[in-house]
Ligand binder design. Structure first.
Ligand code: SF4
Length: 338
């Protein structure tokens, strides 16, 4: 088993290039729980897990956490709570059976017409409920050599029309290296769409650089970005600006969220999140039932409760603002709508 890799392994700026603002933020991320508690004035308020999944919180996300509030919904997503160490029956290291969908290390194919590249194991934040928190990222280093194997396999399978760049977070890779990868993907004639799964425009809004916009929109592939916001408090003015730049450049923006106990398990939280997304030009796409990954049982909301929240949400919001409530069931050909 492995944990998420250090972002530095993905960033690797060339020594002759200035370090971008978003790269500096990654370097300045808080990794020490004691420091986080001290900054948030929460000493002795939160018990700590002894587990191996490290804390990682970039400054711009930290700035959105309310000081002195141990129940803050953004803090809960990143705090290594002691409950992570409690064994929970049915919660496993690979809840969605990624290992069985691997065509080769770093390339997964679960659904018709689509393949998913694990571009890197690095992230801009460590979400405690992440279903890939135990993924063997050491088998898929963020290197052109590893990507080339995946490119070759994609080129040989003409049924693949859409490539999903995932991880970790693919936007922890520099623009220069992303452009290399995307240009090679665009050279594969049967690919039509480029989808990027990322939390970076939310975690570090300065990540939406001019070079990034160019490499996402500069090929014949249709660019789609699936961001990941779980609470309206994540969507401040800087994030709004970052999403606006992406949208104006021609990137289709969708959001996926996870239903999380203590974060967004209420009608009010869901209504506020999805209306804010609509106002920022992002279509609410999925609300995921939690994948039952080891260490995340304290985040689980029973499906019946999720259905009740969704029923109330449908009564309150226009249809376009209501995401589909879904669950990934290993071995199925599509996600189950709950
Ligand atoms: S949910 Fe996404 S951003 Fe969060 S730790 Fe997992 S891969 Fe990284």
């Amino acid at each position: 088993m492995s944990i998420l890799a250090s972002p530095q392994s993905a960033v690797r700026p060339r020594s002759d290039r200035p370090v971008a603002a978003w790269q500096l933020e990654l370097r300045q991320a808080i990794r020490d729980p004691e420091v986080l508690l001290s900054v948030l004035r929460l000493e002795a308020a939160c018990a700590l897990a002894a587990g191996q999944f490290p804390l990682f919180v970039p400054p711009s996300y930290l700035a959105r956490i309310e000081h002195g509030n141990p129940a803050d919904p953004l803090l809960r997503q990143v705090w290594p709570a002691a409950e992570e160490d409690t064994p929970s029956p049915g919660f496993t290291a690979d809840p969605v059976h990624d290992a069985q969908s691997a065509l080769q290390p770093g390339l997964l194919k679960k659904y018709a017409g689509r393949a998913l590249m694990v571009v890197t194991g690095a992230c801009a934040i460590h979400c405690r409920y992440c279903f890939r928190r135990h993924f063997p990222y050491d088998e898929t280093p963020p290197s052109e050599a590893a990507w080339s194997n995946s490119l070759q396999a994609i080129a040989q399978d003409s049924s693949i029309e859409e490539i999903i760049l995932s991880g970790g977070d693919p936007l922890t890779v520099t623009d220069e290296r992303l452009a290399w990868l995307i240009n090679r993907l665009a050279d594969i004639p049967h690919l039509k769409r480029l989808r990027v799964h990322t939390r970076l425009p939310i975690m570090i809004p300065s990540r939406a650089t001019k070079d990034l916009l160019e490499c996402l929109t500069g090929t014949r592939l249709t660019p789609i970005m699936v961001i990941h916001a779980n609470h309206a408090q994540e969507l401040d003015d800087a994030v709004a600006d970052s999403l606006d730049r992406l949208r104006r450049a021609g990137v289709l923006l969708l959001n996926q969220a996870v239903l999380l106990r203590g974060v967004n398990d209420s009608l009010e939280a869901q209504a506020e999140l999805n209306l804010r997304l609509i106002d920022l030009g992002v279509t609410p796409y999925y609300l995921h039932q939690l994948d039952r990954v080891q260490g995340a049982a304290h985040f689980e909301v029973p499906i019946d409760e999720g259905r009740r929240i969704m029923a109330e949400l449908r009564r309150r919001l226009p249809g376009y603002a209501v995401p589909r409530y879904v669950q990934e069931i290993p071995g199925e050909f599509h996600k189950a709508v709950l």
